[in-house]
Design a protein around this ligand. Structure first.
Ligand SMILES: C[S@@+](CC[C@H](N)C(=O)[O-])C[C@H]1O[C@@H](n2cnc3c(N)ncnc32)[C@H](O)[C@@H]1O
Length: 284
């Protein structure tokens, strides 16, 4: 028997949309729809066919609780536990940065280069494993290692590597320190390191405040990690070895200069789809 408080799907979605719009959420309708589908485990066509059905009080309460989390800026991806990157679904939780479309520019830049057939890659600061796993999927013959200082991030990356059935060797440690202790000599070092100046983090979108500080904060001017990583990468790479870095929209010149002064050559700055500097690549 249906409870007296049961509501129709259409009216509960409307309620969710109104609450999200009040909080200024841009895609209120699609987010409310997605959250209800998430609770009901419905595909889109199930939702469309069930608009006049009733929803139990329990599901309604769960839905409103999730809508309230979103109103407070809690990222949708941490609620649903997933984010797409390079066409693959990555599991995410608050221990990892939510992979960004901007980072696809870094992966595409690597794929467009003429690299050895069995390229040995090290991904520094792997987070959810987005970069390392997409490279492993697209270039199955490459040998890929991935590092993070955060054990909890590595748990997520490992889970994602198993989900996508790729073999990656994971290391926990500070930048390239753990690799230096092995006999691995990479042809390519890739990294999307934390690069936001510490004092700017508070002024970013509410959603970003829920992401790991360790994944965001790049010291006073945002360049602290590059200053340590670039010399370490230079000494570990062999001749013709390549370093590919994601950068902040206004860091093209500063990061290129750091690479140049270390000895990297053929330095290129690549722009993202908004025409902002996004990637710096250098060759040893
Ligand atoms: C901006 S996130 C990038 C995550 C992922 N590669 C991506 O592109 O979505 C930076 C990552 O670097 C890791 N990290 C921060 N400092 C580090 C360090 N000193 N050594 C290794 N990893 C570090 C963080 O834990 C975080 O996972």
């Amino acid at each position: 028997m249906k409870g007296i408080m049961d509501k129709r799907v259409s009216s509960i979605i409307k309620e969710g949309v109104n609450l999200l719009e009040e909080a200024g959420v841009v895609n209120a309708r699609s987010e409310a729809t997605l959250l209800l589908r998430f609770i009901k485990k419905w595909q889109m066509h199930h939702l469309m066919m069930n608009m006049q059905e009733t929803i139990s009080q329990e599901d309604t309460e769960e839905f409103i609780n999730l809508i309230k989390l979103r109103k407070n800026g809690y990222p949708l991806q941490y609620i649903t536990g997933t984010q797409e990157f390079m066409g693959l679904a990555f599991e995410v939780n608050p221990n990892v940065l939510i992979p960004r479309y901007d980072t696809e520019v870094l992966v595409e830049a690597i794929l467009s280069r003429d690299l050895p057939p069995k390229t040995r890659v090290v991904d520094v600061g792997t987070g959810s494993g987005a970069i390392a796993i997409s490279l492993a999927k697209l270039k199955p013959e490459w040998e890929i290692c991935a590092i993070d200082i955060s054990e909890k991030a590595l748990e997520v990356a490992d889970k994602n590597s198993r989900k996508h059935n790729v073999r990656i060797t994971f290391f926990q440690g500070d930048l390239l320190e753990s690799i230096k202790k092995t006999n691995i000599r990479p042809d390519l070092i890739v990294s999307n390191p934390p690069y936001i100046p510490a004092l700017e983090i508070d002024s970013l979108m509410k959603e970003v405040q829920f992401e790991p500080y360790l994944a965001l904060q790049g010291g006073e001017d945002g360049l602290a990690v590059y200053r340590r990583l670039i010399p370490q990468a230079f000494s570990l790479l062999g001749r013709q070895g390549c370093l590919a870095l994601e950068i902040g929209y206004n860091q093209g010149e500063a990061v290129s200069d750091l690479c140049k002064s270390e000895g990297f050559q053929q330095i290129e700055v690549i722009k993202d789809y908004q025409s902002h500097d996004r990637v710096v690549i250098g060759v040893k």
